[in-house]
Design a protein around this ligand. Structure first.
Ligand code: SF4
Length: 286
């Protein structure tokens, strides 16, 4: 190869770099020939490029896109597979049909009224009202924030993946879903599972107030920061309040992580299991 051609290649690459390009699109045959010539002639980009040489690469124009061909002799770094997430503990949700709460005439009446509710915009997108279900005489009530997609489809609270986590945590302390009462602050699903808005909570919470008044639980487990904030008005970091025992109108309240959060942060399950032991102790004392 003449030194002229070598210089032309250097100059061309320098100009491409000055134009701010980090990759150059070339026909695959030309790219292959160029790499061959550069290897044969020991052309090093480091001689012409003051920046790290691996910013240059040649991409073939043909599809499908393949990893760009580096114009260096450096071997690509080995791919490091992301760690396998810990195994999730799921427990199937038993079918309760009809919900036990229908046995209670006051709750059944309340549920009928909620079905007519159009007090906020959420009624427009709902498939079903998710009123709540479980033992209307239970000492223990769980309160989440709002229904998700699965709940909206079935009309039952906590029946998706988060519900399976909750059912598993209950099983760990020897309880079944049928032994407790489960409800949310909002009875209709917010679009795309967004957080409940303050005005939605403001117009909807009287239904939950009524449920608490009828069920008269001794213990409420607030699931996540929204229901905890609604009941206790606490704004401090959730990790500092979870597992503690608070008071709401004479009812003991234990905030715990929302079961959905455990799906994304499996390591939080350890603390949540401890918090369920607190619930178990309180439950045994009532
Ligand atoms: S979310 Fe509550 S207030 Fe809004 S329509 Fe549904 S039941 Fe009524």
């Amino acid at each position: 190869m003449s030194s002229d051609l070598k210089n032309v290649i250097y100059e061309w690459l320098m100009n491409e770099r000055l134009l701010g390009k980090t990759t150059i699109k070339l026909d695959s045959k030309i790219a292959a020939n160029l790499i061959k010539i550069m290897k044969n002639e020991s052309i090093s980009l480091a001689d012409t490029n003051p920046r790290p040489t691996n910013i240059y690469s040649v991409k073939p124009e043909t599809k499908p896109a393949s990893p760009s061909t580096p114009l260096t002799d450096k071997k690509p770094k080995p791919h490091i597979a992301s760690p396998t997430p810990p195994e999730k503990k799921y427990v199937p949700i038993p079918k309760i049909n009809p919900p036990l709460s229908n046995d209670n005439p006051e709750l059944a009446e309340c549920s009928k009224s909620v079905m007519q509710c159009t007090d906020c915009e959420l009624h427009k997108g709902r498939k079903n009202i998710v009123f709540g279900e479980g033992d209307s005489k239970s000492k223990l009530m769980f309160i989440g924030e709002a229904p998700g997609a699965e709940e909206d489809s079935t009309g039952r609270p906590f029946v998706g993946s988060a519900g399976k986590v909750l059912t598993g945590l209950l099983a760990d302390i020897g309880l079944k879903r049928e032994n407790v009462y489960i409800a949310n602050i909002l009875k209709c699903r917010p679009p795309a599972n967004r957080d409940p808005l303050p005005n939605e909570i403001a117009v909807c919470h009287h239904w939950l107030d009524k449920q608490i008044e009828i069920i008269k639980p001794k213990i409420i487990c607030s699931l996540g920061r929204h229901s905890t904030h609604f009941l206790l008005g606490l704004e401090i970091p959730f990790n500092k309040i979870r597992g503690n025992i608070y008071d709401y109108k004479g009812i003991k309240v234990v905030p715990i992580f929302h079961p959905a959060a455990l799906l994304y942060h499996p390591a939080w399950r350890v603390d949540t299991e401890k918090d369920f032991q607190t619930l178990k102790k309180l439950y045994g004392e009532q």
